[in-house]
Design a protein around this ligand. Structure first.
Ligand code: SF4
Ligand code: FE
Length: 480
């Protein structure tokens, strides 16, 4: 396994084509806007090397028997799935943000199932190719960006009906040695901190869309790939000299638009090619795994609840009964999210390929809660934090020789707590509920791994309504 330092060094060797604020980024790893997101991914390496986290952070490869980072593992039991949930909560709580590495893990697990199923039906060799690729990812301990979401253009039209055919990533040329693809993937979490990109289709498809039913993996710096970095609320605070106003001084997440302009993919890295009847299955499996992955939000919730309690302590409101009760409510909601992720893991089942898949119904229930509860937890955090969180002056004002003493005097809470510490904890709450980390904690909770309606459709499909109705009729003596 790589150390954190080796991970950072390996990123320096990549030749990524990244744009940020309209300019090409010469040094991605040290860019002050991007750096905190790299720090968060780096934690997935550093914590895997700590003996106390070994059980959660590492696993045994089912192909080589070697010890590997759990982020490159194919789940071999429900116990593996439960450890995945706990690992994600742990990392969310250590970083206070999105640590980005789950999408690749979820893509690989979904592909391990679907490549097997395609081969069974069509006699293809995708699973063999995929396992060879997986062995490489495990041996090199790589970060993979699992790339699913196409820009989608007009939502009322299928991929092949779009005015601009590139609204869904598709094959533009078939060659003896591979395929050439064009299109884009939007909202790609952790893209510029990744060594590899694993592309999957984004929706179920029909025969006329078969050029879009493709899955493959590429090195992230393959020729023809461009990254356009997504900006976040308050991101330019990272360009300021001081650290206080950032809230989270160490970590952050990121998303990017990834453009593929006539990119060549060799056959050995193609895992689905025009088997349109399996596009839906791959999407569903990936989505289910990723809906479980939102245990990360429970970890960020841990940080937010902790910060809220500190803020209440610092201004002397911690004994007020309504404050205590609101913090209980925050914990109740947060632990309910955890229950959903744990439950779908515990109820997982073995697929024909041998991979364990989460319980699809419960994974969707888990994610549906994630689209709501973090907003309520954030609302309660803001309630307890008070308006000062958004009206207080900057760190430079605090340190100003002319007016700094006013800031210190009038924003003092409890006499034994420094104004500086009070400002720090409020900035952290601001960061998670309104700033750069709110991208991950709030809007991504809403739309990541599918918007709320996508889960409701799955819930409707997965529940056994016939059985429920039968029991109800039986209990009240209805005979039809
Ligand atoms: Fe992982 Fe959560 Fe980030 Fe998704 S949002 S990549 S599940 S940390
Ligand atoms: Fe996500």
């Amino acid at each position: 396994m790589k150390t954190g330092k080796e991970y950072e060094d390996s990123l320096r060797k990549l030749n990524l084509n990244v744009y940020l604020f309209g300019k090409k980024v010469a040094n991605v790893v040290d860019d002050p806007i991007i750096r905190p997101s790299m720090n968060a991914v780096k934690m997935t390496y550093e914590m895997a090397a700590m003996p106390e986290y070994e059980d959660l952070m590492t696993a045994t490869s089912h192909i080589t028997g070697k010890k590997i980072n759990r982020f490159t593992h194919i789940h071999q039991s429900t116990s593996d799935l439960v450890k995945k949930t706990k690992m994600e909560r742990l990392l969310g709580a250590q970083t206070g943000c999105c640590f980005q590495r789950c999408v690749g893990m979820d893509a690989m697990n979904a592909l391990s199932i679907t490549t097997f199923n395609i081969d069974k039906k069509y006699g293809t060799e995708y699973n063999k190719r995929f396992l060879k690729y997986l062995e490489f990812v495990q041996a090199e301990d790589l970060v993979c960006d699992g790339a699913m979401t196409d820009p989608k253009g007009d939502r009322a039209l299928a991929p092949s009906q779009q005015k601009d055919p590139d609204m869904f990533l598709h094959v533009v040329e078939e060659r003896a040695d591979g395929i050439v693809v064009t299109g884009a993937k939007a909202h790609q979490t952790g893209a510029v901190n990744s060594h590899e990109i694993i592309v999957m289709p984004t929706i179920s498809m029909r025969e006329e869309d078969k050029d879009y039913a493709i899955s493959f993996a590429l090195p992230s710096d393959a020729k023809g790939i461009t990254y356009i970095y997504g900006r976040q609320s308050c991101d330019t605070r990272k360009l300021e000299k001081g650290m206080l106003d950032r809230g989270n001084q160490l970590f952050g997440g990121h998303e990017a638009l990834v453009v593929f302009e006539k990119v060549f993919v060799p056959w050995e890295r193609v895992f689905m090619y025009k088997e349109y009847d399996f596009a839906g299955e791959l999407v569903e499996n990936f989505a289910s795994y990723h809906r479980q992955s939102y245990a990360c939000k429970v970890g960020v919730g841990d940080v937010l609840i902790g910060a809220t309690q500190v803020a209440a302590d610092y201004n002397g409101a911690n004994k007020a009964s309504h404050v205590k009760d609101k913090i209980i409510e925050m914990n109740h909601l947060n632990e309910t999210l955890f229950c959903g992720s744990l439950a779908c893991a515990e109820e997982g089942s073995k697929q024909p390929s041998g991979t364990y898949l989460v319980n699809v119904l419960l994974a969707n229930v888990c994610k549906q809660n994630v689209t709501r509860f973090p907003y309520e937890i954030a609302r309660l955090a803001q309630d307890i934090a008070g308006g000062l969180m958004v009206t207080m002056p900057s760190e430079d004002d605090l340190n100003s020789p002319e007016i700094g003493h006013y800031v210190k005097k009038y924003f003092q809470g409890r006499a034994d707590v420094s104004t500086e510490n009070r400002m720090k904890i409020l900035r952290l709450i601001e960061n998670i509920t309104l700033g750069t980390a709110a991208v991950g904690y709030l809007t991504e909770s809403m739309h990541g791994a599918g918007s709320p309606q996508a889960q409701r459709i799955m819930i409707a499909r997965q529940v056994n309504m016939a059985e429920k109705m039968k029991t109800a009729k039986k209990l009240c003596g209805i005979k039809e």
